[in-house]
Ligand binder design. Sequence first.
Ligand code: UD1
Ligand code: MG
Length: 447
Amino acid sequence: MQTALVILAAGMGSRMKSDIPKVLHEVAGLPLIGHAMKAGASVSPARTVVVTGHGADAVEAVVARLDPDAVCVRQAEQLGTGHAVDQAREALAGFKGTVIVLYGDTPFVSAETLQALVASSETSDVTVLGFEAQDPALYGRLITDGDALERIVEAKDASEEELAVTLCNSGVIAAGCETLFKLIADVGNENASGEYYLTDVVGLARDKGLSATYVTCPEAETMGINDRAQLASAEGVFQSRARHEAMLSGVTLAEPDSVYFAHDTEIARDVWVGPNVVFGPGVSVREGARVQAFSHLEGCVVGSDATVGPFARLRPGADLASGSRVGNFVEIKNAVIEQGAKVNHLSYVGDAHVGAAANIGAGTITCNYDGVMKHRTEIGAGAFVGSNTLLVAPVKMGAEAMTASGTVVTEDVPDGALAIGRAKAVIKPGFARKLMQLLRAKKMKRD
Ligand code: UD1
Ligand code: MG
């Protein structure tokens, strides 16, 4: 059976106290809406519909970037979750499979849980994802009869007896497309909130003799984000999971609680990660590499057995081949560092290609920006760049070429050639002592 997703993301999220729409706040470098889409992707949906409202332009731009095939529909006024799903009616016209409704602000629903939901839809007209709530508070309550779900009652509309139920509604629901939209057409708004409740489809289904049931998941999966404190807790939940998974897959974390992962960090076996390392989005670290303390990486590849840091910054497009070394206080951006090449100290290498086994001396800068445009620097295999060299791009150094320390290179250096460009130091014997005496005498006079 095919599946389609409807992700609700129209809400204002006023408790975020933000000019940014709630679902665009990030956990692990990915907007909340992206987490919901990623969770939903685990059931390989044939169609994805995102219902937008507050901040629709911004939300739609992000959705389009994450999944160009997703369709966004607008809910001009937020009249309730049932009304929100109804906005997807046209976008799903003619769809024959199972529709799964997710919330854009609920990032942690697992693939296993969604698969259980899809499996249940094979035999049940409506399936709701429930959970045992520690504090049921304002959640909708699942009123069950054995495995059958009779209805969902919202806390505001519940009796004392119903409020005592701890099995709660996560908001995730699955039903056949045609059935779902037929049921939604019958949902009214005569309730304590005056809203069109999606949850009413359960009772309506049962009234029509259709079947409804529920599957459950751990409460942690249903965690919704409404304010910045919950956003921080969600980040914490993500990070502890990511650390745990990394370690179980063969990565050593010297001090796990100080390492931060992004939603898509890929780390291979036998990688060693020191304390206080931050992985931004788009990082892949291969077997046996070492990422030492206080390094910050994003959008980059660290090849097998390469060493990074301590205190290194790898920016987007940094591509470190196997066995290369990037040391302390080095920044690499949009540059390939080939096998065995070394950039060990205090350098900036940007828009560049550094050949195999080249050695980049301390304080080397690729001057890639002329104030308007970016230019490339090519450094040949086995080249030796002396300390404090400025390579004014566009410029090329050939294989096994050299620069003397302090050289400003403005022209290409052929293979095997030496570039030297610096003012020759003049040595004046005895001058240092004389100068010091003079200065001390001056100071004494002043004091
Ligand atoms: C809803 C459920 C409740 C469940 C709880 C779980 C209903 C009627 N109630 O309640 O049973 O326990 O979620 O968190 O469904 N949204 C729209 N448009 C709207 C209304 C809501 O897009 O018109 C979106 C919101 O942005 C949010 C989600 O739907 O992401 C849920 O809406 P919310 O108002 O938070 O519902 P709850 O009252 O929490
Ligand atoms: Mg809510």
